[in-house]
Write a protein that binds this ligand. Sequence first.
Ligand SMILES: [Zn+2]
Length: 396
Amino acid sequence: MLDAAMHAQLESPFMSAPAEIRCAIYQHLVTSSSVHVFLTPQGRPQVSTCIVPPTSSLVADWSRSMGGRQPNNARENDPTWIRRVRTPWGPHWECEEAYLSHDLDDMTNLLSICKKMYLDVCTILFERATINVTDLATLELLTRNPAEEAPSPSHFWNLSNYAYPLIQRLSITLLLPLAVYEALADVQDNQPGREAQYAGEDATAVACATWARACPAVCQLPQLRNLHVWLDHDGGSSWSHVRERQAVGIGLMGVLAAHLQARSQDKKLPPVEVLFNLPKLHPALARPETHYVPESPPPLFAIERRFRLGSHVKEGAGGFLRVRHEYDFPITRELALFNRYYDNPDDPDWDTGPVTEDEIREMEEYEKRLWEQGSDVHQYLKDITFSGLQSQWAIL
Ligand SMILES: [Zn+2]
């Protein structure tokens, strides 16, 4: 692939070799199955490797919050901890940290050699790897149809020229203000032109309008086959304060479904498998009319649920930032370790090692029963002391 603004590098034996030979060599060097695309503060698109392993979506983010995001012995105002908690990269915070620390792998090093190699490697990545996007501006950039763009003498940094025709797997991670979900929930139709209803220049209106524009563009990616959408809000209150049937079901899924329906009329385009990842619902807050609970009508696309990160950054007087623990459901999650202790009181390593998925599920079921019985779970937690835990635990 050659760009008019790019040096042909003909003095280089490697770069002047046929594209097929260069590609065969790249195949051995570029092994990343998942990469991030994002914009630098200067607005330039950047590509880096995704290092988050494909672990269980149920506990992936939550388990790392126990020992990963919090540096050892970190105080609540530790800048590294604050950055890890509030980053819009969400569960990909380690990927951001690897990029910021210049801990570059072979793939990322290849991208920095020259423009021609950058585009060679990007072409392979866009075709084969999952493309992770963690902000709406990058999403809009990648999904811009080059055929609808005005010709430019230099479009090297217009990455959509190379991404748009090739992307097969797209993963969108959005950590948005609660106000954005409220605005999405307040607009109840999913018809074309919906973006015109998001008038205004404030951050909420801009985010809603950007999604409304990006959504049909995503559905027009000619090679798209898999779309994964991870959502959360960036506040400390429960996810269940989001009216997800309206904000996600109509505002996001509804718009997607309408445009995928239009896409299905074009038989040349492959079908798209869509999966949403949302936080667990709080049993005391979720309602059939506003949330996807078992007794409500099913969503337009499959939803997988995960446990939500329990750390949040709060701003105090004078802009002082600090990390606070405010757990969404289940709020009794830390008792999983005590449960392990009482199962094996003679094991000296009872408090080491990550909490397992089975342990978390046990806590989930236990606390769910408490809420359904009408118990004051917050008071219940306060009443528990280490010495009294064993007797309380007998009800499990
Ligand atoms: Zn990642």
